[in-house]
Design a protein around this ligand. Structure first.
Ligand code: HEC
Length: 119
């Protein structure tokens, strides 16, 4: 009986902790900001530059960022803004027409920071 209880407890603990570590460690957004935004990867790709690797990396950074919650703002708005970045980056990877323009538009630092960046 004892080990059953321990097992059940451990199970509940992992089950409740997992979404927390995914949603709240805050690393994916910061990483994307540092490498894609501040680091200039997004700008390079949005101006039509970058290798296939760069484009894929950019898409991955943005896709990871979408899985996290920002420090501020509601989820619907975040899904829309972060999702726009990820889908624009995906369109660039796929070589879609107008994708770089879409990426430029989605990479609106100010509008997203006002809505979602904490102090
Ligand atoms: C889709 C929304 C979004 C867009 C677009 C965006 N950012 Fe951010 N940015 C955020 C959020 C959210 C944070 C706060 C992250 C945190 O504190 O966890 C942030 C934080 C930052 C930080 C601080 C990172 C740190 O380590 O604390 C920098 C630098 C930054 N952004 C640069 C930029 C630049 C430059 C652009 C435009 C080229 C840009 N961002 C566009 C959402 C966005």
């Amino acid at each position: 009986m004892r080990s059953w209880k321990a097992f059940a407890l451990a199970f509940v603990a992992t089950a409740t902790m997992m979404p927390l570590t995914i949603a709240q460690d805050g690393k994916a957004i910061k990483k994307a900001m540092k490498e894609a935004m501040k680091g200039g990867l997004c700008k390079t790709v949005a101006s039509g530059g970058g290798t296939a690797e760069d484009k894929k990396k950019l898409y991955e950074l943005f896709a990871d960022m979408c899985k996290e919650m920002p420090p501020k703002g509601d989820k619907a708005s975040w899904d829309e803004k972060a999702g726009a970045l990820a889908s624009a980056a995906k369109a660039v990877v796929d070589g879609k027409e107008g994708a770089t323009a879409q990426l430029k538009k989605a990479a609106n630092c100010k509008s997203c920071h006002e809505a979602h960046k904490g102090e």
